[in-house]
Design a protein around this ligand. Structure first.
Ligand SMILES: CC(C)[C@H](C(=O)O)[C@@H](O)C(=O)O
Ligand code: SF4
Length: 468
């Protein structure tokens, strides 16, 4: 390969088994994650073809989408069937499974990195769009469809079209209360929910360099909400410190050698991107969505926009439809919108730092009597860590529900579902019609805004609480 290469290009080139055609390569898959919602047909296909899983040792399964979070008892028959199927498939093929009740259980994109399975330079796939989360380690991580899951199970390879590349540089210092979630919502609002379509997005700049792995995972997690194929951050000392000593991280001399090779995983000076975007974070405020895609957002200090102000007729029509569904009137101040449910959790914002940030706001405050607040740690390990720091006490005393771990109210696939036209402030990543329950209205927010909102019962800038 000649010329300066991007991070994406370097990882990609190193995973090629053989080229398929000018745009497509057959890639080796270093880690294959599976969950109950997207794997049953893949195993059925495998069985029909009389094939075995090629590398069960590179495959890890988790139960997260359908699991209950109130208690371990599974009441939903459909969910129970999904778990039963996954368990049978895993035992038949010798795949390790972190099942409901296992102390390692949690949301796949939270657990895989926290157990040290995701290393810089790896290729990681899962039948789940938010696999992009794991690109925070400088790995090439992307979601695939069910037929691809079957192909990976059978061969540990996948034919993939080389993505275009986009660099997103976040410059400046983040103001207080502005988090990774706000940065990514600001980006999607700027470029649109399809603005990174077909691209591998590389996040860089001082604000990313100073960010924790948790924040980087939040960025990469939602890169797919801008249509991206993957999101990556170049590995650095923050990455290595996070990985050190984790269950599946290399040890001893293997660790030293790995770190030395990981240091080469960055874009070369002069590497060309198909698109570049720069955002000054020092001017941002917390972001909140008003519509039904993550790009329909404004600063919480702003107002619901008027569709008439959108120059593009398609955008205008989309805004009109969103406002009708969300039952919002143009010009309404965002911080006057009343909220009945607050959901803190998901693979976007269910990590320890997210819980700390929300707990800091809730400390010695109470959840409004008009609000139901669910706190659902992204994994049981996050839950235990939070308990060791006393965060559960903060949430419980405030009147929030302290739950077990799973996808929960991020999507209406389990018992945690909104009923009717309930309005929810949610730290998750998707706000399309019906996502959290039929007719449910979702406002995507950061953990700190979620907590402040729970206190007042209206979308609230955490700064407001400090003023009173
Ligand atoms: C069910 C699953 C395949 C889906 C995804 O692909 O992302 C889910 O996790 C989601 O967030 O909508
Ligand atoms: S938490 Fe939400 S976004 Fe993440 S994997 Fe589960 S359903 Fe998908």
């Amino acid at each position: 390969m000649s010329g300066p290469r991007t991070l994406t290009g370097k990882v990609w080139d190193s995973r090629i088994v053989q080229p398929v055609d000018a745009e497509t390569d057959l890639l080796y898959v270093d880690l294959h994650l599976i969950h109950e919602a997207s794997s049953p047909q893949a195993f059925d296909g495998l069985r029909l073809a009389g094939r075995r899983v090629r590398r069960p040792d590179l495959t890890l399964a988790l139960e997260d989408h359908n699991v209950p979070t109130r208690s371990l008892s599974m009441t939903d028959p459909l969910g129970r069937e999904q778990l039963r199927t996954l368990r049978l498939n895993c035992s038949e093929h010798g795949i390790e499974l972190y099942r409901l009740g296992d102390s390692r259980q949690g949301i796949v994109h939270v657990v895989a990195p926290e157990r040290g399975f995701v290393h810089p330079g790896m290729s990681v796939v899962c039948g789940d769009s938010h696999t992009s989360t794991l690109g925070a380690f400088g790995s090439l991580a992307f979601g695939v469809g069910t037929s691809d899951v079957e192909h990976v199970l059978a061969t540990q390879t996948l034919a993939v079209t080389r993505p275009r590349t986009m660099s997103v540089t976040f410059v400046g210092e983040c103001p207080q209360d502005v988090s990774a979630k706000d940065l990514i919502l600001a980006l999607i609002t700027r470029i649109g929910a399809n603005g990174a379509h077909g691209h591998s997005v590389e996040f860089c700049g001082g604000a990313v360099e100073r960010m924790s792995m948790e924040g980087r995972m939040t960025l990469c997690n939602m890169s797919v909400e801008a249509g991206a194929r993957a999101g990556l951050v170049a590995p650095d000392d923050v990455t290595f410190a996070y990985l050190t000593g984790r269950h599946a991280a290399p040890r001893g001399t293997a660790w030293t050698e790995a770190v030395a090779s990981w240091r080469a995983l960055c874009s070369d000076p002069g590497a060309r991107y198909d698109l570049t975007v720069t955002i000054d974070v020092s001017r941002l405020a917390p972001f909140v969505t008003w519509g039904t895609n993550p790009g329909q957002a404004v600063a919480i200090t702003g107002s619901v926009p008027d569709p008439a102000d959108f120059a593009d007729p398609l955008e205008r029509a989309a805004a009109e439809r969103s406002l009708a569904y969300m039952d919002l009137v143009p010009g309404t101040r965002m911080d006057s919108i009343e909220i009945g449910t607050v959901f803190l959790g998901s693979c976007t914002n269910g990590r320890i730092e997210d819980l700390r940030s929300a707990a800091a706001v809730l400390l010695e405050r109470r959840v409004s009597r008009k609000v139901t607040m669910l706190v659902v740690p992204g994994s049981l390990a996050v839950r235990r860590q939070a308990e060791s720091e006393g965060l559960d006490t903060v949430f419980r005393r405030a009147g929030a529900q302290w739950r077990l771990s799973g996808c929960s109210m991020c999507l209406g696939m389990n018992e945690d579902r909104l009923t009717g036209a309930a309005r929810c402030a949610s730290t998750s990543n998707r706000n399309y019609e019906g996502r959290q329950g039929q007719q449910a209205r979702t406002h995507l927010v950061s953990p700190a805004v979620a907590a402040a909102t729970a206190v007042t019962g209206r979308l609230t800038h955490p700064r407001r609480l400090r003023e009173t």
